[in-house]
Write a protein that binds this ligand. Structure first.
Ligand SMILES: C[S@@+](CC[C@H](N)C(=O)[O-])C[C@H]1O[C@@H](n2cnc3c(N)ncnc32)[C@H](O)[C@@H]1O
Length: 293
């Protein structure tokens, strides 16, 4: 079964219903436990440059989408082992990174010690950032984390509280309209990838996904197990609007033709479907009273 995991970063799903009556806390504990389990393999894979698709395609496009972050106080929400925070620091931001997984933050702090970039890494859930004062940040950024979190609304509410009036939010997630619980890869008669069929878009239960990097060596062959929370496109957009953001940018990036020549698997994401959704919003000053009380 695992050998069927495809190489297009689509993953293979096994369903797992949340226990009935599960509270957000229980769900978040499960997310933290999964990412604690994944942390060593994840960090090793990134240090071996296995995450080609994000490093060469998704993250560079997202950094362009963000624009200038120099001199800004930026919160990296769901920072993992710190890769996204380091990219922001390299662009001149003063970065605080939070992640729900202690083990991920251990890795992030270790890398910070080895090559300091003045990044402050802390263990915290995006939906409880009460340790930070209101308006603490000029920008909140989240890279490939919010589709893994059970309480999207809670996270967006916290981000709105933390961003200064006029400040910005920018999120990068797997595209919710294509990475659904029931998607299937389509093949032509020559067994080449020919598209993607979507199913279960409105299925709200969380599910476990087995997932791994293409081109890994044998020592990194174990798959990750990730809890996915199927937020819809409307959840993301309405969440931003409800918490007082004005939408200032939407992007469904396509890989450049030259990159697809270098990495032929990426051609799928140029032609058939969007791998990522990028959203950007500005905190309206009129939202201040609603979000900070
Ligand atoms: C795929 S990793 C991405 C990490 C990093 N942003 C990067 O680009 O390398 C997703 C991370 O989101 C974190 N995460 C998921 N839900 C979270 C939550 N509610 N609060 C904080 N972190 C969360 C996980 O622990 C995991 O480290």
């Amino acid at each position: 079964m695992i050998s069927e995991i495809n190489e297009l970063e689509l993953g293979q799903k096994t369903t797992m219903s949340e226990p009935s009556g599960a509270t957000k806390t229980v769900a978040e504990q499960a997310v933290a436990a999964e990412w604690d389990n994944n942390a060593d393999l994840w960090a090793r894979s990134l240090s071996h440059q296995l995450d080609v698709i994000n490093e060469r395609f998704g993250i560079p496009q997202f950094l362009d989408f963000l624009g200038n972050v120099e001199g800004l106080d930026v919160l990296d929400a769901g920072c993992g082992e710190g890769r996204s925070a380091r990219h922001l620091a390299a662009r001149g931001a003063r970065v605080t990174g939070v992640d729900i997984s202690c083990r991920m933050i251990d890795h992030a702090r270790r890398q910070e010690e080895a090559a300091p970039r003045q990044i402050d890494f802390q263990v915290a859930s995006c939906s409880d950032l009460s340790r930070f004062a209101p308006h603490r940040f000029g920008m909140v950024v989240s890279v490939m984390a919010l589709m893994d979190t059970p309480d999207l609304a809670g996270a967006l509410r916290e981000f709105a509280r933390l961003i200064k009036p006029g400040g910005e939010i920018a999120i990068m997630v797997r595209h919710p309209c294509f990475f659904t619980r029931g998607y299937t890869l389509l093949h032509d008669k020559n067994r080449r990838s020919a598209g993607l069929a979507v199913a279960d878009y409105f299925q709200r239960e969380s599910y476990l996904e087995l997932w791994r990097f293409p081109n890994r060596g044998q020592t990194m062959d174990a798959p990750f197990t990730v809890n996915r929370y199927p937020h819809t496109l409307a959840d993301y957009i309405n969440g931003l609007l409800v918490y007082g953001f004005r939408l200032t940018g939407v992007m469904e990036p396509q890989p450049a033709a030259a990159l697809c020549t270098e990495f032929p698997n990426l051609g799928f994401w140029r032609r058939h479907a969007a791998l990522y959704l990028f959203l950007r919003g500005r905190k309206e000053t009129t939202a201040l009273m609603q979000t900070t009380g």
